[in-house]
Design a protein around this ligand. Structure first.
Ligand code: UDP
Length: 403
């Protein structure tokens, strides 16, 4: 079957046009944007629904051919607190989308929900529309609870995750670790839960050999890129730097992302850096636009990712696609894609000394390898491949749902 599909993509709590690196905007926004665009290129229609304000308070805008971003009304749920606590009026959101669908006379082929908040909404809509419901969690509360002692999660979210693994027609797991975790949450193995990784824009993220393009070749020893979330393990990274400094190895660390100078996390990290006598070793770049990131990656000797947990971890792929080796904790895609001695080294999560050793090994590797060798290790991870596979998953859902 090669029919043209009309997909309702739910990305309620985070807009694909949000500021990457901010609290609620990271890999998921890139995923929705990239896959939406590529499904559009394949001739499908994609309506992405978000409750986050979109630029210029437009009600909807075209992101690409066949791909619309639709804002579900400002008054409904556009507050951080509401999303964080799961205090969302799903019925109102569902009825808004249904009114929109009726007014536009659309018959959606299927729903693809992103994150549990969208998943709960997706269940309601899939029942009303009698269509398949594909789910990508992006992060799992169950995993965060496991990964961090004392980390509390809402019972409502934990219960919703279980319910969604049991009721969606397909649940997509981005890594092998996440696949097994989802089987555990579901209670048993099932073919409804299957792997589909994330990707990288191999055109955008590539080695930049020329001096003009690469604004400061290797001026940053270590670079971190991401949200300044507790799961990203930044305090561990500062501990690793302090450990190395005690060994007389002094390194410069650049941090990209976060919610700006003055945010509570920025204050905490600055204080920690001062207390560890690392204030001169750490540079805060703030958030950097995705299209400018290749220059920063290319200016680093090593990219370092100290996460306690990642459902995937796009930054790993972006750095490797730029030909920069990665020192990462053994979580998310890093656990699968990092080949020690070839494109980086792995460390145990929450163990600063183990990370310090991985950093030193990766710096040594950077001195003897080439960017093309490193890039080769992610040659199969382009978003186009992911979109091709996702299209197959959608068709499979349609074929089995309507028999
Ligand atoms: N990112 C960005 N600018 C920033 C910080 C992050 O463009 O200042 C992007 C980064 O390149 C990556 C995404 O945000 O594409 C973060 O995704 P990842 O999967 O690494 O982490 P998540 O946010 O999903 O935990």
């Amino acid at each position: 079957m090669t029919t043209r599909m009309h997909i309702a993509m739910l990305s309620i709590h985070s807009s694909p046009l949000g500021k990457l690196g901010a609290r609620d905007t990271g890999g998921m926004s890139v995923y929705v944007r990239e896959l939406g665009r590529r499904l559009g290129e394949k001739g499908h229609r994609v309506d992405i629904f978000t409750a986050r304000t979109i630029p210029e308070k437009q009600h909807s805008l075209w992101l690409a051919e066949g791909v619309r971003l639709i804002h579900i009304g400002e008054s409904l749920a556009d507050s951080n607190e509401g999303f964080a606590d799961g205090v969302i009026d799903w019925n109102t959101l569902a009825s808004w989308i249904e009114q929109f669908r009726l007014a536009q006379e659309i018959g959606y082929s299927l729903i693809h929900s992103n994150y549990w908040l969208s998943g709960v909404l997706g269940v309601q809509l899939a029942t009303t529309w009698n269509c398949p419901h594909v789910m990508t969690f992006h992060t799992l509360a169950h995993a965060k609870k496991e990964s961090s002692a004392g980390h509390e999660e809402h019972e409502q979210r934990l219960a919703a995750e279980k319910n969604l693994t049991q009721n969606c027609t397909t649940v997509l797991a981005p890594t092998r670790i996440e696949l097994n975790r989802l089987f555990g949450i579901n209670g048993k193995k099932t073919t409804r839960i299957r792997m589909l990784g994330c990707g990288v824009d191999l055109e955008r993220f590539r080695p930049l050999p020329s001096v003009e393009e690469n604004f400061a070749k290797n001026s940053i020893d270590l670079l971190f890129v991401g949200r300044f979330d507790a799961m990203k393990g930044l305090p561990d990274l500062l501990q690793s730097l302090a450990f190395l400094k005690r060994e007389n190895i002094e390194l410069c660390l650049g941090l990209i992302g976060g919610d700006g100078t003055g945010s509570p996390v920025w204050h905490e990290l600055s204080h920690q850096a001062e207390a560890l006598e690392l204030a001169d070793n750490v540079v805060f770049y703030g958030r950097v636009a995705h299209e400018l990131l290749p220059k920063y990656y290319n200016s680093a000797t090593v990219v370092v990712l100290p996460s306690h947990y990642e459902s995937f971890g796009l930054v790993t792929l972006e750095a490797l696609a730029c030909g920069i080796p990665v020192a990462a904790t053994r979580v998310g895609i890093a656990a699968d894609v990092i080949i020690p001695g070839v494109n980086g080294y792995l460390a145990e999560p929450q163990e600063p000394e183990s990370l310090a050793k991985a950093i030193i090994s990766t710096l040594t590797l950077a001195a003897v390898t080439s960017s093309s060798k490193i890039r080769q290790t992610v040659g199969g991870y382009g978003w186009q491949n992911v979109a091709d596979e996702l299209e197959g998953v959608y068709y499979n859902n349609l074929n089995t749902f309507h028999i």
